[in-house]
Design a protein around this ligand. Structure first.
Ligand code: SAM
Length: 292
């Protein structure tokens, strides 16, 4: 199997990626902790620290999966408004601008029913909540919704929208910020996804992308390869009963462009002030760019 999906047609790649995430959705959070030794939490915390979301802003987290980044963004907004007591883990509602209403019937996300949300695009007229999670995979979103419900976070604070990063189901210029964490490498047409990110941001809006990257310390690459090609699929086999999906994750990391090439692609999509920060010796990097 070519887990890099380089030689498979586009639709087939999308189907295969879909199968991978449907297969891993229920074990996804546990596996994240096991595979990264908990580091994914530190990396996501840094992403949101860089973002510094403010109350009243509208944030879009693409390929948001089970909501890890979304909950952090909501937490940061609440902390900025109410101090440390206002945590996304503490429940309660929190709407953008303090006045945004739920875009659909209470308790019901706008893309309910698993549609691609194409017809249900949230626009300025529809009042967006503080945070919007958009993901192509219904199982991952369902897991996220379950977590949100358990934390008492309603659709007036976080909405869950099924949609493709390459063709976002939102109007232009409606978001203040856009994040994508460990998601862009799964997207088939990355330039299209970047153009879409640019389109849905307002002028002055910011893109932040957290993704596996190229290790910058000599000698560490071999160690990292040894770990990712041998240990990760084994953890996948034992814990999730699914070595193949985790093998895919490792292969897709290997195929992703290095820091400079990815920064160039972000610029090509129209972003300005593009830079990046390496974390953990370049195991991951956070790229940043602004729509001017
Ligand atoms: N951002 C989450 C996190 O950091 O925990 C989830 C990351 S998970 C590794 C990758 C996610 O990308 C999956 O939920 C998958 O469904 C989603 N995805 C893959 N291709 C996509 C696409 N074209 N558009 C939107 N989401 C996509």
């Amino acid at each position: 199997i070519d887990f890099g999906f380089q030689h498979v047609p586009r639709e087939e790649k999308e189907t295969l990626v879909g199968e991978v995430f449907t297969s891993v959705s229920s074990s996804y959070d546990v596996m994240n902790d096991l595979m990264s030794g908990g580091m994914h939490r530190v990396w996501k915390d840094r992403l949101v620290e860089k973002l510094r979301p403010r109350p009243g802003q509208r944030h879009l987290d693409v390929a948001g999966g089970t909501g890890d980044v979304a909950f952090r963004v909501l937490d940061a907004m609440r902390t900025a408004q109410y101090g440390s007591a206002g945590s996304a883990h503490g429940g309660g509602s929190f709407a953008a601008g303090g006045a945004a209403a739920a875009p659909a019937a209470a308790g019901e996300p706008p893309a309910a029913g698993g549609s691609a949300a194409g017809g249900a695009a949230a626009g300025p007229s529809q009042q967006l909540p503080a945070v919007t999670v958009c993901d192509i995979n219904a199982s991952m979103l369902a897991e996220g919704r379950r977590k949100a419900e358990a934390r008492g976070i309603g659709p007036e604070s976080v909405q869950w929208v099924e949609g493709n990063a390459e063709q976002l189901p939102f109007d232009s210029g409606v978001f203040d910020s856009y994040t994508v964490a460990f998601g862009i490498r799964n997207v088939t047409d990355r330039p299209a996804a970047l153009r879409e990110a640019h389109r849905v941001l307002r002028p002055g809006g910011r893109l932040l992308c957290l993704e596996f990257s190229k290790v910058v310390v000599p000698g560490m690459q071999q160690l990292y390869d040894l770990y990712s090609f041998n240990v990760i699929p084994q953890i996948g086999r034992v814990v999730a009963g699914d070595a193949a999906s985790y093998q895919y994750l490792v292969e897709s990391i290997r195929m992703f462009p290095d820091q400079e090439s990815w920064a160039g692609m972000i610029e090509d999509a129209g972003f300005r002030g593009v830079d990046y920060e390496n974390l953990t010796f370049g195991v991951v990097a956070i790229h940043s760019g602004f729509k001017l």
